[in-house]
Design a protein around this ligand. Structure first.
Ligand code: UDP
Ligand code: MG
Length: 317
C-alpha cells in the first residue's frame, strides 16, 4: 500500500465527514492505494457513528475506537501499529491541517528520502495564548534536541513506514516524535511550511496545562535518551562526588580536632559545634542516597521492558 493517513480524534463529529471528503478529493486523482485510519480516542459525541457511516461508503476508511480517552499519543501509537502504507501521514481531525499538503509531503519522503517531514504552521490561526507559549516551547526543544524544526507540535507530518514502526509514542510524547525518532537513529528530518486554518467546529482539546506537561515531558525525553540505559553513570557519579565531599570534610574536622587537642589541649571545642560537621554529614547521606538511587535505577532498567531493544535497519543471515 502506498499511503496511510492516521487521524487521531476526540469529539470531532462535525469535522470528520468534511475532512474525509477533502482527503478523498486530493488523494484519489493520484491513483495511489491508500487508507485513512481514524482513531477515536474515547469520544462521547457521534464521532464513531460518523466513522462507521463513512466506512460503509468507502473501504479505504479504517477505524479504531478506544473504550476511553487515552490521549493523542495513544491514538497515534495504535494508528501507527495498524498502518500498512509505505508513507504514513498524520493529521488532526479538526480541519486545521489541510489535506492539500499531502502530495508534496509524500513526494518529499519518497524522492528526497526524508525519514520525517514535519509541517510548519508558519502563519498560525490560533489565539495568542497558544502561539506565544508555543514559540517558547519550540525554541527550548530546538536547543535541547539540536533538531532544527520550527514547529515540533504540528499535527501534520509525514513518515517513512520504518520510522513509525520503530518508535514508541506514549504519554504526551506526540510533541517529541522527531526527537524520539532521532534517538532511534532516524536523522533525516525535514520541514515544510503548511497551510493552517482556524478551528472550524468544536473546541480545542488541550488547555493551558499542556505547556507545563510539555516541559516536564521534555525533561523525561532527554533524560531517558541520555541516561535511560545507564542511570548509574549519572547517579553514581553524583553520589560518589557528594559522598567524597562529605567524607573529606568530616575527616578534616576530625583531624583538626585531634591536632588541636594534641598541640593546644583545647579539648573544650566539640566537633559538633562547627556548622561544617552538619554539612559534611548531610553531604555523605545524600551521596549514599544518590548512589543507591542509581543502583535501583540500574536494576529496574535491566529488568524493564525496554531491555535490549535496539533498532536494526538491516540484517545478513
Ligand atoms: N485529540 C485526541 N485525543 C485527545 C486530545 C486531542 O485524539 O485527548 C485530537 C483532536 O481531536 C485533534 C488533534 O488531537 O484531532 C489535535 O487536537 P486540538 O485540535 O484540540 O489541538 P490544538 O489544535 O488546539 O493544538
Ligand atoms: Mg486543532
Amino acid at each position: 500500500m502506498d499511503l496511510s493517513i492516521v487521524v487521531p480524534l476526540l469529539n470531532e463529529e462535525e469535522s470528520i465527514k468534511e475532512l474525509y471528503k477533502w482527503i478523498q478529493r486530493v488523494v484519489s486523482p493520484l491513483n495511489w492505494s491508500y487508507e485513512v485510519i481514524f482513531v477515536d480516542d474515547g469520544s462521547t459525541d457521534a464521532s464513531w457513528d460518523e466513522i462507521v457511516k463513512l466506512r460503509s461508503q468507502s473501504p479505504e476508511v479504517k477505524g479504531i475506537k478506544f473504550r476511553r480517552n487515552y490521549g493523542k499519543s495513544a491514538g497515534l501509537y495504535c494508528g501507527f501499529e495498524a498502518a500498512k502504507g509505505d508513507v504514513v501521514i498524520t493529521m488532526d481531525a479538526d480541519l486545521q491541517d489541510s489535506p492539500e499538503e499531502i502530495p508534496e509531503l509524500v513526494r518529499m519522503v519518497r524522492e528526497e528520502n526524508y525519514d520525517i517531514v514535519s509541517g510548519w504552521k508558519k502563519k498560525r490561526f490560533d489565539p495568542i495564548g497558544k502561539t506565544l507559549p508555543s514559540k517558547l516551547f519550540n525554541r527550548t526543544v530546538r536547543m535541547v534536541s539540536g533538531i532544527k524544526l520550527h514547529d515540533f507540535n504540528c499535527g501534520l507530518k509525514a513518515y517513512k513506514k520504518e520510522v513509525i514502526k520503530n518508535i514508541e509514542v506514549y504519554g504526551e510524547m506526540h510533541r517529541y516524535i522527531p526527537l524520539i525518532a532521532k534517538q532511534a537513529g532516524f536523522e533525516l528530518i525535514g520541514e515544510k511550511v503548511v497551510q493552517h486554518q482556524e478551528r472550524k467546529y468544536g473546541v480545542s482539546k488541550f488547555g493551558i496545562e499542556r505547556t507545563i506537561k510539555g516541559f516536564l515531558d521534555l525533561l523525561s525525553v532527554t533524560f531517558i535518551s541520555k541516561f535511560g540505559k545507564r542511570p548509574m553513570h549519572l547517579f553514581g557519579a553524583l553520589g560518589t562526588l557528594m559522598f567524597m565531599v562529605g567524607f573529606f570534610s568530616a575527616l578534616w574536622l576530625g583531624i583538626s580536632k585531634l591536632l588541636s587537642v594534641y598541640y593546644y589541649h583545647a579539648s573544650a571545642r566539640l566537633v559538633t559545634d562547627s556548622p561544617y560537621f552538619y554539612i559534611a554529614l548531610v553531604s555523605m547521606v545524600i551521596g549514599t542516597q544518590l548512589f543507591l538511587a542509581g543502583f535501583l535505577a540500574e536494576l529496574v532498567s535491566r529488568n524493564g521492558s525496554e531491555r535490549n531493544q535496539y533498532h536494526i535497519s538491516e540484517k545478513l543471515d
